[in-house]
Design a protein around this ligand. Structure first.
Ligand code: G3P
Ligand code: CA
Length: 272
């Protein structure tokens, strides 16, 4: 699996750049098989493994009582109907919510899972991409959770938009692979989001921090020269969220190590 390739040194990276551009790519199930099952539930995770995903991506938050729970949004409103912030509820309160019915009646009773449950549901040899949706304050409990479940760099990769959270993971859990999530908006777009960093800036920040690689939004206009620079810096390249086979083929040609998709089984079939 591509996630198991250690960040290569310069000589190895140069050799890698000689490999054919079209090659095997890992398929990551975004929030589980979230096209077909309620996102970030155990049902979505199980279905992702059944669909042959190489890894499952999930989003984690801290509860009011300091436990880790999986949910994309800060609020439970969209996926459970209860209008509350995860940070304001205890794990016991959160576990009473129904995180399945919004998707389809037959998913009623699915809960917001704990990271412990998600790790225990990960088959040997498979991998969880754990996205830290909060800040570095979650890392001590994350370390305890991984330790009590015997999880390590063999089956966990940490991803985040929050650079401080990644730095804290590097400090406390230095063996874990870490990918920096970076979104892209066109620099001329008229919105309030900050403009994207340059490729050189991303490479510099990621290598200075000792990260494993970059995990970029699918619309990043990377050139083959950019991806060569990323590889030569010893960084892996990953991409999210791709449900279009043409876009997936584009990123495979660019040398992405993994593609995160809501439809892992379907996308793999399309790429055959
Ligand atoms: O895999 C990365 C991707 O999940 C980041 O975006 O909003 O879906 O968490 P988001
Ligand atoms: Ca995510």
């Amino acid at each position: 699996m591509n996630f198991r390739i250690p960040a290569p040194g310069l000589a190895f990276a140069a050799a890698l750049s000689l490999l054919p551009v079209l090659r095997a790519v890992d398929i990551v199930a975004h929030r589980g098989a979230s096209h077909d099952a309620p996102e970030n539930t155990l049902a979505a995770q199980k279905l992702a493994w059944e669909q042959g995903a190489d890894a499952v991506e999930t989003d984690i938050h801290l509860t009011r009582d300091g436990k880790i729970v999986a949910c994309h949004d800060q609020s439970t409103k969209r996926t459970t109907g209860r209008d509350a912030r995860i940070a304001d509820l205890t794990l016991a309160e959160l576990r009473k919510l129904d995180a399945g019915s919004w998707k389809a009646a037959w998913f009623a009773g699915e809960k917001l899972p704990t990271l412990d449950e998600q790790i225990r549901l990960t088959p040997p040899g498979e991998r969880l991409l754990v996205e830290i949706k909060v800040g570095p304050e979650i890392v001590p409990e994350l370390a305890r959770c991984l330790a009590r479940n015997g999880a390590n760099e063999q089956n966990i990769t940490i991803i985040s938009f929050n650079f401080d959270a990644l730095l804290e993971v590097r400090k406390r859990l230095p063996r874990l692979p870490t990918l920096w999530l970076v979104g892209y908006r066109r620099p001329e777009a008229a919105d309030t989001a900050p403009p994207p960093p340059s490729v050189d800036d991303m490479i510099r920040r990621a290598t200075d921090a000792g990260l494993t690689g970059l995990d970029l939004q699918h619309n990043w206009p990377l050139t083959p020269a950019d991806t060569r620079k990323i590889r030569e810096a010893g960084l892996q390249l990953h991409v999210w969220t791709v449900d279009d086979p043409a876009v997936a083929r584009h990123w495979i040609a660019l040398g992405a190590a993994s593609i995160t998709t809501n439809r892992p089984g379907w996308l793999r079939d399309q790429l055959k």
